[in-house]
Each structure stands twice: as structure tokens, then as C-alpha cells.
Design a protein around this ligand. Structure first.
Ligand SMILES: NC(=O)c1ccc[n+]([C@@H]2O[C@H](COP(=O)([O-])OP(=O)(O)OC[C@H]3O[C@@H](n4cnc5c(N)ncnc54)[C@H](OP(=O)(O)O)[C@@H]3O)[C@@H](O)[C@H]2O)c1
Length: 308
């Protein structure tokens, strides 16, 4: 595919946005335009480095269709607090002429019935529904659902105290966890614009689902990888996920949305459903891309190795 695509990134300064932006800069010659949407001059300043490397800065709101004029592709990299606004973003992008949208996903396979109704993924499900509705109204609008499992660098994060070398995990160490390293997810994502768009099926003729994964293994083995990388032992306590769900409900009743999200996601990594190949084990799209991702062991060694 020649360099005809103009890409706009929304939320490019976040945890995931930054490494993706870096990858776009590396592959800049493959695209007609790479741009970042910044809500005002203050926020635009954060991207002066990218600007000096040829990335455009567009000032505007992601709820305004004018922000999207002249762009074919939009990737939404906004964080949890804004996911609920994505349906409005999609309507604005479609009205602004965008023909290919990547909603905030890069996560586990939320098609799995066991996690389809998880609180953590509520707004991602609503966003998928909006993408589908928009595609039905506007046949030129297509979208890519990018499924990667958990970011490997983030797998042993929530509930973990890396100074005290201890963790409380809600789940079972024998259950599988699937993950991909952040640099590899960035590369897969950018490369996905350079391969032909192949829609899923007739029920979703404008949707492409891509499932990639660096690897999967029992959660307990990932913990062993961390211990090997750091050369130390951890004390890990495994608890019943029902306890976390009670805390999630308490947070909901207290109007604490961040707390709801926090307790909800605590039940995922050691559940067996925090994987990219959930619907059909081993069914992945890694073969569509011409590089080999880091294994989970390699990523944990790179990320944690040498940290005492
Ligand atoms: N699978 C995994 O393990 C995993 C892990 C992390 C993230 N993710 C996925 O990655 C995506 C992004 O998450 P994140 O954690 O990277 O989010 P984040 O760090 O919270 O980043 C959100 C970004 O959105 C920007 N933003 C906020 N309001 C904005 C506005 N009005 N206009 C333009 N930009 C605005 C923020 O800018 P300011 O900083 O200027 O406010 C920030 O740069 C989500 O889809 C998430 O599911 C997946």
C-alpha cells in the first residue's frame, strides 16, 4: 500500500499513545500525513519533539467533526476516563469524513462471553456497538478492533508491590494469561495500516478484527519469569475473585468510578480470559505481519531485568 493515508491520533500523550507515536515517527515515510489532536496550545506543547520530526498538530475537540477534516484514519488512544465519550467521537469522525477508525481496545478478547459483561470493558462494548451502527449508516466507514491480550509490561502491576516483593492476586496461578510487549503492539498497529483491510464476515462487513499476541502461559509461570528476571522471590497470595467483585460493587455504590474499574480489572489477569486468542485458542493473526514478537519471558527480562 503506497503512502496515501492521513492518520490522526487522539490521546497521543498517554501511556499507550507515546510508544505508538514513536513507532509512527519511525515509519513516517509510509504515510501521507501523521497528526496528533491536541485540545489546546498548552497540550500541543507536549508534542514539540514530534512536531520537529514532521508530525502535525491539530488543535480542536475530539467531539467536533471539523477536527477530523482531511484525515482518513483515526486511532483513539484515550484512557479509561474518556472511553465513555468514544461513541460521540466516532460520530464526529464519521461526519468529518474519516473512513477507518481504531477504537480504544488493544486489550483482551472481550468477545469471550465470560468477560463480555465485565465492568472494566463496559465502554469498549458500547464503543463497538457505535462503530457497528455508524458503519450501517455510512458504508464508507470501516473499523479495526485490535486485540493484543494484556500489555506484557503491565501484567504484574495492579496488586503488586515490587519493593516489598509481594502481591495479592484474585484468581488462579494455573490459568493462562496472554500478553504482548508494548513496542510490538505499536509495530503491529502501525503495520496493520499497511496490509489490506479484510473484513471479518458478512454480519460485520465493515469490521476487521486483528488478534496478535506475544505469548500465553499459566499466570504462575509468568510470576516465575519475573522472579528469574529480578533474581528474587515474591510472596504471592491468590484470593477468590468474588472478594474483588464485592469491592467493585462497593465502589459503584459509593460513586467511585475509578475504584470500580480498579477492582474489576483485578479479576482479569489470573482468570484465564486475559488473552487475545480467547474465542478460539491459538487462533491469532501474527502471521499477517513480517516480524516475530518478543516472548513474554523476553519482555519481562528486558523490563524487570537488573531492577533490584
Ligand atoms: N491491554 C493493556 O494492558 C492496556 C494497558 C494500558 C492501556 N491500554 C489501552 O490503551 C488505550 C489508552 O490507555 P492509556 O492508559 O494509555 O490512557 P492514558 O495514559 O490515560 O492516556 C490518555 C490520553 O488521552 C489524552 N486526552 C485526555 N483528554 C483529551 C482530550 N479532550 N483531547 C485529546 N486528548 C485527550 C490525555 O492527554 P493529557 O495527558 O494531556 O490529559 C492522554 O494523553 C485504552 O484503549 C486502553 O484500553 C491497554
Amino acid at each position: 500500500m503506497s503512502n496515501t493515508q492521513s492518520v490522526l491520533l487522539v490521546g497521543a500523550g498517554g501511556v499507550w499513545g507515546r510508544p505508538l507515536l514513536d513507532q509512527f515517527i519511525k515509519q513516517k515515510s509510509s504515510f501521507k500525513r501523521i497528526a496528533i489532536l491536541a485540545r489546546d496550545e498548552n497540550h500541543a506543547e507536549k508534542f514539540s519533539d514530534a512536531k520537529s520530526q514532521g508530525v502535525e498538530i491539530v488543535l480542536g475537540s475530539f467531539l467536533d467533526s471539523a477536527s477530523y477534516k482531511g484525515f482518513d484514519v483515526v486511532m483513539s488512544l484515550v484512557g479509561n476516563a474518556l472511553l465513555r465519550l468514544q461513541p460521540a467521537m466516532i460520530q464526529a469522525a464519521s461526519a468529518g469524513g474519516v473512513t477507518h477508525f481504531y477504537p480504544g481496545e488493544w486489550n483482551s478478547d472481550i468477545d469471550q462471553p465470560e468477560i463480555a459483561n465485565m465492568r472494566y470493558f463496559r465502554d469498549e462494548q458500547a464503543t463497538r456497538a457505535q462503530c457497528h451502527a455508524t458503519a450501517q449508516e455510512n458504508p464508507n466507514f470501516k473499523y479495526t478492533i485490535f486485540i493484543t491480550g494484556i500489555f506484557t509490561e503491565w501484567t504484574l502491576m495492579f496488586g503488586w508491590d515490587h519493593e516489598k516483593k509481594s502481591a495479592v492476586v484474585y484468581g488462579d496461578p494455573k490459568k493462562r494469561i496472554g500478553s504482548t510487549s508494548i513496542p510490538d503492539i505499536a509495530r503491529y498497529t502501525v503495520d496493520s495500516l499497511l496490509i489490506p483491510f479484510k473484513a471479518d464476515d458478512n454480519a460485520f462487513p465493515n469490521r476487521r478484527t486483528l488478534r496478535v499476541q506475544g505469548g500465553s502461559k499459566p499466570y504462575g509461570e509468568l510470576v516465575a519469569d519475573l522472579e528469574a528476571a529480578r533474581g528474587i522471590k515474591y510472596t504471592v497470595e491468590y484470593r477468590d475473585p468474588a472478594e474483588a467483585l464485592q469491592l467493585q460493587e462497593k465502589a459503584r455504590q459509593g460513586g467511585d468510578e475509578a475504584g470500580e474499574m480498579f477492582w474489576s480489572i483485578r479479576t482479569l489477569p489470573a482468570s484465564g480470559y486475559g488473552v487475545a486468542d480467547g474465542v478460539e485458542k491459538g487462533k491469532l493473526d501474527n502471521r499477517l505481519f513480517n516480524f516475530t514478537p518478543e516472548t513474554q519471558t523476553e519482555t519481562l527480562m528486558r523490563f524487570w531485568g537488573g531492577q533490584k
